[in-house]
Design a protein around this ligand. Structure first.
Ligand SMILES: Cc1ncc(C[n+]2csc(CCOP(=O)(O)OP(=O)(O)O)c2C)c(N)n1
Length: 555
């Protein structure tokens, strides 16, 4: 069948069962938008390309499908960059499609030309500049395969305008043949055997569950292994939700702002089973002091991650679901031991002590109230800052893929567009973006997209008139020489949301919290709950740079 390159691209996306594209049009991508007009794929017009990339990533994180975003050449493409890098750092499968100037003028600095494949090479899993229109079906097939297999990640397809306009004979390939790309999914049986033996012998084992568990859908097998052998579980920030936070074996998130119970149990363990976790600096602190007495089993789909930061005793390359499944079969059931008692004590000691200051709104208390009222029913997205850490620490996530946050890149402005993508993937879910007044100002234009698409996204805004987390860093590292962290002007967020036709409410006192959350939750549509909080409230515990994770301030 003869069709244009653009039509071939759209047809290929349909074959890949793409339901939504988040994007923003422009000149170079014009043929694709024209072809899209006749397609069943729904296009969600965001208000900035960054929003499109984050929405695609939010969509991918909850649906475990590949998210798709699209932009024109030049500034459209560069606006996608932050979203692509964010997805790369968190191993999220997205395919980004960009328009490009015609092949005859590439490299001549013509209007809206930018070398987007060059720019994104370091933080895409792979990228393509399509030169031959006949390659389009094959490239799309490969792009989806690469994005979603092995360690997932973003793939970019840059499509020059003349290539999109050329006519081709459409034929979709049945198989992907990629020399040199062989994602290893089956863990080595001998290594698995050794791991199971170590677990059976260990007196003080701990599992550290990372984002890989959420992405691989390995939560059930993790639960089976942990409960069968009574092994305490900590998670990384990205692993939150992969093990129910209300379970007695759950010790919390570890790391720089991890819970004391998690940081201490890892430090005292004699065996650490890291599953789908990459030993990021924020999680491990000073490497020398990390799990100093423990033997380490490291399971990861990406061989490059193994031994990169922490040397394991038993490395296992493979799909975390398959590997944990095999390990679980070979692990002997164990009754609760003194180690479990010790863990329970640590957990009790680390329990939240309650309101610090009754006159001011306490963000922790707000999150705990929200947690109680929603009972794990919500999918929470966050921006980046203190509000993100309080959410990670105090909301009880009991289901996988319900905490959606930029962990690796720490991208402010992520939460609102991501919430949009999450709500589109899951129309019936209660989706709440927890944000700071700094972060929300980065992409609040996406409120328009939320309203236009009837998305009932809720927002809880912690307004501390500044950049809280950086202020805290300046308190500790710069001897309180605060610089550029207090806003002299803060807009009226309730008026802004009113402008977007979104209902809102502002509270300043603790006794207003419960009713305000009820009002927000019962509202049938998007809602902003603005909470005025003190800029000098810190996030604790805090592990200073260069310290091991058991040396916590306020832990
Ligand atoms: C795009 C981007 N720019 C800068 C930073 C550095 N940064 C990390 S947290 C933070 C402050 C966030 O402020 P806000 O959103 O108000 O949240 P709060 O910490 O006050 O809860 C900044 C500037 C970042 N993470 N992302």
């Amino acid at each position: 069948m003869k069709m244009t390159g653009a039509e071939a691209l759209v047809k290929s996306l349909e074959i890949e069962k793409v339901e939504y594209i988040f994007g923003y049009p422009g000149g170079a991508i014009l043929p694709v938008y024209d072809a899209l007009k006749d397609s069943s794929i729904r296009h969600i017009l965001t208000r900035c390309e960054q929003g499109a990339a984050h929405a695609a990533s939010g969509y991918a994180r909850v649906s475990r499908k590949v998210g798709v975003c699209m932009a024109t050449s030049g500034p459209g493409a560069t606006n996608l960059v932050t979203g692509i890098a964010t997805a790369y750092m968190d191993s999220i499968p997205i395919v980004a499609i960009t328009g490009q100037v015609a092949t005859s003028v590439i490299g001549k600095d013509v209007f809206q030309e930018v070398d987007i494949t060059g720019a994104t090479a370091p933080f895409t899993k792979h990228n393509y500049l399509v030169k031959n229109p006949n390659d389009i079906p094959k490239i799309v097939k490969e792009a989806f395969y690469i994005a979603s297999t092995g360690r997932p990640g973003p793939v970019l397809i840059d499509l020059p305008k003349d290539v999109a306009e050329a006519k081709i004979n459409f034929k979709y390939p049945e198989k992907v043949v990629l020399r040199g790309y062989k994602p290893n999914v089956v863990g080595h049986p001998k290594q698995i055997q050794k791991a199971a033996e170590l677990i059976n012998k260990a007196r003080c084992p701990v599992i550290c569950a990372g984002g890989g568990i959420n992405m691989a859908g390995a939560e059930d097998i993790l639960f089976e292994l942990a409960t069968k052998a009574n092994i305490p579980v900590v998670t990384t920030l990205m692993g939150i939700g992969s093990f129910p936070s209300d379970h007695p074996l759950y010790m919390g998130m570890l790391g720089m702002h991890g819970l004391a119970s998690a940081n201490k149990i890892v430090t005292d363990s004699d065996l650490l089973i890291a599953a789908g976790a990459r030993f990021a600096d924020r999680s491990v602190g000073k490497i020398d002091g990390f799990a100093p007495k423990a033997k380490i089993i490291h399971i990861d789909i990406d061989p490059a991650e193994i031994g990169k930061n922490v040397k394991p005793d038993i490395p296992i390359v493979g799909d975390v679901k398959q590997v944990l499944g095999e390990i679980a079969k070979n692990v002997q059931p164990k009754a609760p031991s003194t180690w479990n008692k010790y863990a329970a004590n640590l957990k009790k000691e680390a329990e939240y002590k309650g309101l610090e200051d009754k006159d001011k709104l306490d963000p922790i208390e707000i999150i705990r109230t929200l947690s109680d009222k929603t009972k794990g029913k919500a999918i929470i997205t966050t921006e980046v800052g203190m509000h993100q850490m309080w959410t990670a620490q105090h909301y009880e996530f009991i289901k996988p893929r319900t905490f959606i946050s930029s962990g690796g890149l720490g991208t402010m402005g992520y939460g609102l567009p991501a919430a949009m993508g999450v709500q589109i993937a899951n129309r019936d879910a209660l989706v709440i973006n927890i944000c700071g007044d700094g972060s929300i100002q980065m992409n609040l234009n996406e409120m328009a997209t939320i309203v236009e698409n009837d998305l009932p996204v809720k927002m809880i805004l912690f307004n501390n008139s500044g950049l809280g987390l950086v202020r805290q860093l300046q308190e500790f590292y710069c001897d309180k020489r605060y610089n550029q962290v207090f806003f002299k002007f803060v807009p009226d967020f309730t008026k802004i949301t009113e402008g977007y036709n979104i209902k809102s409410m502002r509270i300043e006192k603790q006794d207003e919290v419960s009713d305000a959350i009820d009002t927000m939750l019962s509202h049938d549509g998007p809602f902003l709950l603005e909470c005025i909080i003190d800029i000098h409230k810190n996030v604790y515990p805090m592990v200073l740079t260069g310290s091991p994770i058991n040396e916590m301030i306020g832990g």
